[in-house]
Design a protein around this ligand. Structure first.
Ligand SMILES: Nc1nc2c(c(=O)[nH]1)N[C@H]1C(S)=C(S)[C@@H](COP(=O)(O)O)O[C@H]1N2
Ligand SMILES: [Mo]
Length: 202
């Protein structure tokens, strides 16, 4: 059943089942969460590397990346600090596209994303393949601002947003799991918001 739009209350937040447990709708706001100092990243010297357990390690320049087939995600994002942003959109390139070029080796099971700042986060390959993860440079049709990870960040919207590394620089494929910045500080290894996997043991 559709709930009619009234003068009060949030239509989107009011949709039953739309928000994962324990989350609230920030509406048009977009909070900034940065653990380190916000870096300055020059797109002309920035590169994206896919290395580790791949047949053919690859490096893309900003221009190279923009020449790949673009892909847009339209949907929601969920931060472990309990805010969710609904019906937002990001444009970039699917991680599938990058992995197809680098050729994951059979033993590759996980990855670590590393930012220019040294921030890291780990993901199983199953969570970044099959149209579930992107490298993005646009939010709602505008260039990603530096505080939100511009020029280029990772986007893994089906998991808590700490998995979406800002200022991403390297994707390293591994034959084992290797906890990242927040994961070694007690946050859940996978971080599925629908299962409320906030902390280790959840
Ligand atoms: N490099 C880097 N990436 C990061 C973070 C960070 O502190 N540094 N914070 C993570 C967390 S906890 C969240 S919720 C989102 C926040 O992205 P935003 O600031 O664009 O909302 O980025 C994630 N990626
Ligand atoms: Mo977060």
């Amino acid at each position: 059943m559709r709930v009619s739009r009234g003068f009060t209350g949030s239509r989107r937040g009011g949709e039953p089942g739309r928000l994962p447990p324990g989350q609230y709708d920030v509406g048009s706001n977009w909070p900034v969460l940065t653990a380190e100092l916000t870096p300055r990243v020059d797109p002309d010297s920035w590169t994206l590397t896919v290395n580790g357990r791949v047949a053919d390690p690859k490096v893309w320049s900003w221009q190279d990346l923009r020449a790949l087939p673009p892909s847009t995600y339209s949907g929601d994002i969920h931060c472990v600090t309990t805010w969710s942003k609904l019906d937002t959109s990001f444009t970039g390139v699917s991680v599938d596209e990058l992995l197809a070029a680098a050729g994951p080796l059979p033993e590759a099971t996980h990855m670590v994303a590393t930012s220019t700042t040294g921030y890291t986060t780990n993901l199983p390959l199953a969570d970044i393949t099959g149209g579930k993860a992107w490298i993005v440079w646009e939010h709602e049709g505008r260039p990603l601002t530096v505080e939100h990870g511009g020029p280029v960040r990772m986007l893994v919207p089906h998991l808590y947003f700490w998995k979406s590394a800002k200022w991403i620089e390297t994707i390293t494929l591994l034959d084992h799991d290797e906890p990242g910045f927040w994961e070694v500080r007690g946050y859940h290894d996978r971080g599925d918001p629908w299962r409320e996997q906030r902390y280790q043991g959840d």
